[in-house]
Design a protein around this ligand. Sequence first.
Ligand code: NAI
Length: 251
Amino acid sequence: MNYNGEVALVTGGSSGIGKATSLRLASEGARVAVGYLGDAEEDDAKAVVASIRDDGGQALAVQVDVTDPDGVDRCFAAVEDHWGPVQILINNAGISRDSLLLRMSEDAWSQVMKVNLDGVFHTSKRALRNMMRDRSGAIVNVSSVAGLNGNAGQCNYSASKAALVGLTRSLAAEAGGRGIRVNAVAPGLIRTQMTEEMPENWDENVVERTALGRPGEAEEVADAVCYLASPASSYITGVVLVIDGGLSVGL
Ligand code: NAI
């Protein structure tokens, strides 16, 4: 995929898909800023950085809460001070707070929107400033099959991830003329902390409907994210790549 020292920022890079993506980007030659939410995630982010450096790569841990525009600005400024402008932005940070709509609190609705959707607005807007000037850049948004197909108990999550599809396609149209590509991935059931926190046995039903008959691994999503961020996909923009082991086939 040949990144050649490009500067990447991965939000929520201390765990799961973000961690796997950070490691993969670095192994392909990108300089990776591993974004972590707060103190609780700092050690994990530093471990990702250490692992990248042990393998001869370049990495940096940066604190960023994507819901805070000023904090996002400080994070980008820190990366710029260190390496220069962010050329690859991976909008991976996300949360779920599941319940049926009738029982869903205002807070569960708005928190999910703030992180999953508003967060992508803040980081993308900040990243675009330099990308537009430099006439190049790649943004990959981590959506979900829940945003394409819907999922009972996830109206907030599903709506936020569907909105990311609209944002991805619209921004691809806006920024393409400046050589900036904007794509999304829509993972199905992937084994991470997020899915471990779901109620027991909920995933058996999903696996049953998955053509490949198993959940996916974070590394399998990372491969696709890195492809969409790399020169190997130089003529691809505005797409949503489904990575769900055939869940969407509809068994
Ligand atoms: P995860 O819980 O390991 O990762 C989420 C990351 O986002 C964590 O590192 C967390 O600290 C970070 N984060 C949360 N709130 C944040 C905030 N306000 N600012 C910055 N960072 C914040 O779970 P996973 O599965 O790796 O999730 C990564 C992305 O993949 C999420 O966007 C999720 O919605 C998406 N996804 C996951 C699927 C799965 O089955 N695991 C399926 C489809 C999409």
